[in-house]
Design a protein around this ligand. Structure first.
Ligand code: ZN
Length: 435
């Protein structure tokens, strides 16, 4: 587990990279991830159609600055890559403040922060700067503006790792790799996803198949679904979009569109059981790739377990969402909550009795095995009580709720009864839509 300490280090390494929805920044980011888990890096060519969308031209930015007439640098992406409106079209020229002003973005309420803005589909260029920088601009000055950008036929890059399980049924773990230097939204997502995949690969004899995808947000999930929806629809039982996992805020769970799906059930149960404070959000407050995964007809029923949700913290989409805004400790807490959910998913099956009427637990060695005298009755009774609900329809979460017992306790008792062949697993009904 000590290896987890590297999560924050990985964020730190990837922080300076200039990412967007396409480009070398994404490839470089994926290479860092590939050093830890064996993802396949895939390219979707410019112009490829995906439902109502098309993969855009690839974007490359080499230089971007604003200088005054004396040649003093006012803004330069060398200082912060948020300074350039992402996907800015090339521009070079000397322009009056009045004209430049149409291309500037700043936040009056947070005068020291640079906002993050994008223009993927609008043919324009722009700079983002702090309000303090903006205020210092001279209204009578002519500025020398350089946006050395290149848009060309290239491709969109994403990473994929499928960890096969005993079952073909899949859980999706989707995160995005398209934001420039910001941490909670969004480097915390890919980093937690990477370490979860590493854990599953190294330590688990997993029942479910795990599909990890590292894509640019929106256009990436749309392109990914275009390619994989048929298979995913057949096999996916649920999963998550991983985002905003490094800040100090309480957990937030964004429910699936249909609600009461297995991911909702597992996540809310895990949050309740760990007794953490958490907020529940309705699907219509969504904002990331769950928008595509839950779209009518797609219906993969994907939730999102976060710390403070995007839109709900001031630092969101600004330069203040930086390395100081997140911590190793909080990344670990989020990682552990996801691991907790994975553990519940893996074990949360349905069971049925082999006999009609109560089995004689004594002859199966269960009744006698329980030695603790003080709470003997309770421990003995728990086996019987569980059996009353092993009807092939209740999963372990249901039984935990009915008996008001922790997951581990019921799961351990069930494992023992399985070993003794008192009950059988009902794999024909893998929990899908449940309450
Ligand atoms: Zn974002």
């Amino acid at each position: 587990m000590t290896d987890l300490k590297n999560m924050y280090q990985l964020v730190k390494k990837m922080f300076p990279i200039h990412r967007s929805i396409t480009g070398d920044g994404n490839r470089e980011t994926l290479k860092y991830i590939k050093k830890i888990i064996p993802i396949k890096i895939k390219e979707v060519p410019t112009g490829t159609k995906a439902f109502d969308w098309k993969i855009p031209l690839e974007w490359k930015i080499t230089k971007a600055y604003i200088k005054d007439s004396k040649g003093n640098t006012i803004i330069d992406i060398k200082n912060n890559n948020l300074h350039i409106l992402s996907y800015s079209r090339p521009f070079k020229g000397k322009i009056k403040f009045k004209e430049l002003n149409k291309h500037l973005y700043y936040l009056k309420d947070f005068p020291n922060w640079i906002p993050y803005r994008t223009s993927y589909y609008k043919d324009t260029w722009g700079f983002c700067l702090t309000y303090n920088q903006y205020k210092n601009l001279n209204r009578n000055e002519t500025y020398d503006v350089c946006v050395d950008a290149n848009l060309f036929k290239g491709s969109l890059t994403y990473g994929e790792l499928i960890i096969k399980g005993k079952s073909k049924k899949e859980l999706l773990f989707s995160t995005y790799i398209c934001h420039p230097s910001m941490c909670n939204d969004n480097l915390s997502g890919p980093v937690v996803a990477t370490y979860l995949a590493k854990y599953i690969l190294k330590n688990m004899n997993n029942f479910y198949t795990y599909r990890f995808v590292f894509i640019p947000e929106s256009i990436g999930s749309i392109a990914y679904l275009k390619k994989n929806l048929k298979q995913m629809k057949k096999n996916t039982i649920g999963g998550y979009v991983l985002v905003c996992l490094g800040d100090a805020g309480d957990f937030t769970y964004l429910q699936t569109r249909k609600e009461k799906q297995i991911t909702d059930k597992v996540s809310i149960f895990a949050l309740k059981e760990t007794k953490v404070n958490y907020k529940l959000r309705k699907f219509h407050t969504c904002g990331s790739d769950e928008r595509q995964y839950n779209f009518p007809g797609v219906d993969l029923n994907i939730g999102s377990l976060m710390r403070t949700k995007y839109f709900e913290y001031d630092e969101y989409h600004t330069s203040a969402d930086n390395l100081k805004f997140i911590s190793q400790n909080n990344l670990e807490k989020s990682y552990k909550m996801y691991l907790n959910c994975i553990n519940i998913f893996e074990n949360n099956h349905k069971y049925y009795n082999k006999t009609l009427c109560e089995p004689r637990l004594g002859i199966h060695g269960i009744w006698n095995q329980i030695g603790a005298s003080k709470s003997k009755e309770d421990i003995n009774m728990i086996f019987r009580k569980i059996l009353y609900y092993c009807d092939g329809k209740n999963d372990i979460i249901d039984i935990c709720k009915i008996l008001d017992k922790p997951f581990e306790k019921i799961n351990n008792a069930i494992k023992l009864m399985l070993k003794k062949k008192i009950i059988l697993k009902n794999l024909k009904i893998i929990s899908k839509g449940t309450q």
